[in-house]
Ligand binder design. Structure first.
Ligand SMILES: Nc1ncnc2c1ncn2[C@@H]1O[C@H](COP(=O)(O)OP(=O)(O)OP(=O)(O)O)[C@@H](O)[C@H]1O
Ligand code: SF4
Ligand SMILES: [Mg+2]
Length: 340
């Protein structure tokens, strides 16, 4: 009996330690957009995920699968239809105004399009200081010094402070967007495809900058991308989304080396491998049909219309995302029987 109690206590302690390690916990999050009186577009449909302190969680999936909507709903830019988000163990929806303000400082976003996300009529100094001004953190010389410091931190210099966004290249604009996010000393940043709009030559520089900043400030990232090859090297873990739901979640290497979900396998098979011998031996999986509309998604598995392994149960029962190997979760009724 005593042993049993001890085991129980141990399990509880473990659970507590684990809880502490989460910075963000997303529980059954839903975001439906109302299209007309009785029609809803299910952009995010029951997603549960945890993001550990100091990690980069990659979030990948085809265009329109709900990646940006998740990011925006976590940060409170969209009102959630259902579910909850915890930040440092505290529920963020419905918090009192002062706590909401503090959360909005700690959780920032870097946007996909560095051309559209910077106000063309504002000076770079004022863009970067937006958060500082909203939260009334610094004034006068201290504010100016902080702007210069931030510009240098992201690889620009103080002469850039009094220019307008159109005077910069895409990569430089993204650096301004990063400086703006960093200005308020955040803990968590949603990086929404921060390098997709940039030239390949500049992408690595921006990724390196984000990684250096993460190390320096202990930042936690949700890194959104639609290309699996892009997130592999920046992410500790990767979640694969399809039509508003998470299909698979695993450590980055595990996901790339031992994918379990048919959709992940198909996405990976489309990435060319530089080694011709490996590339020759690989089977390219072509996805049939188009991504169905999120207005009328299938009742069972969301991937059923395009899955070559689909069985009867897949049409009627939605598979849950279950941890099937340590740290590796998959949402598929028959993942065990898929051998290739
Ligand atoms: N404000 C909105 N009103 C109505 N529908 C929306 C709104 N924002 C997004 N959607 C729809 O929600 C779905 C998910 O969109 P979202 O922008 O989250 O996808 P995404 O995965 O970020 O795509 P991309 O890779 O193209 O950025 C899409 O069908 C989109 O058309
Ligand atoms: S649950 Fe069925 S339809 Fe969905 S991925 Fe697995 S086999 Fe395919
Ligand atoms: Mg998006």
């Amino acid at each position: 009996m005593k042993e049993k109690m001890k085991e129980k206590m141990k399990a509880k302690m473990k659970e507590k330690v684990k809880e502490k390690d989460y910075l963000v916990r997303i529980n059954n999050l839903k975001k439906y957009f109302q299209i007309n009186k009785n029609t809803y577009l299910k952009a995010v449909d029951d997603v549960s995920l945890e993001i550990y302190k100091g990690e980069t969680l990659g979030l990948v999936g085809e265009s329109g699968c709900g990646k940006s909507t998740i990011g925006r709903t976590i940060l409170g830019m969209y009102e959630a239809t259902g579910g909850s988000v915890e930040f440092n163990g505290v529920k963020v929806f419905g918090m009192k105004a002062s706590s909401t303000k503090e959360f909005k400082r700690k959780a920032q976003m870097i946007f996909q399009d560095p051309y559209a996300s910077l106000n063309p009529r504002m000076l770079v100094s004022n863009i970067i200081a937006e958060g500082i001004d909203i939260h009334q953190l610094l004034k006068g010389k201290e504010r100016t010094d902080r702007i210069y410091e931030l510009l240098e931190l992201v690889g620009l210099n103080k002469e850039h402070a009094n220019r307008f966004p159109h005077e910069f290249s895409g990569g430089q604009r993204q650096r301004i967007g990063i400086a703006r996010a960093l200005a308020v000393n955040p803990e968590f940043i949603v990086c929404d495809e921060p390098i997709s709009a940039l030239d390949v030559s500049v992408q690595a520089q921006v990724v390196n900058l984000l990684q250096e900043l993460q190390k320096q400030y202990g930042l936690t990232y949700l890194f959104i991308a639609h290309d699996l090859s892009m997130v592999r090297y920046i992410s500790d873990r990767v979640a694969v989304m399809y039509l508003g739901a998470v299909m698979e979640l695993a450590d980055s290497n595990d996901l790339y080396e031992k994918p379990l979900h048919p959709y992940t396998k198909a996405l990976l098979s489309a990435i060319p491998i530089p080694d011709p011998d490996i590339q020759k031996g690989r089977q390219r999986i072509i996805l049939e049909g188009d991504v169905p509309s999120p207005i009328n998604p299938p009742d069972g598995c969301k991937f059923v219309d395009r899955c070559s392994y689909a069985e009867e149960i897949c049409k009627t029962k939605r598979p849950e995302l279950l941890e099937v190997n340590p740290g590796h979760s998959v949402a598929c009724h028959i993942w065990k029987d898929i051998k290739d």
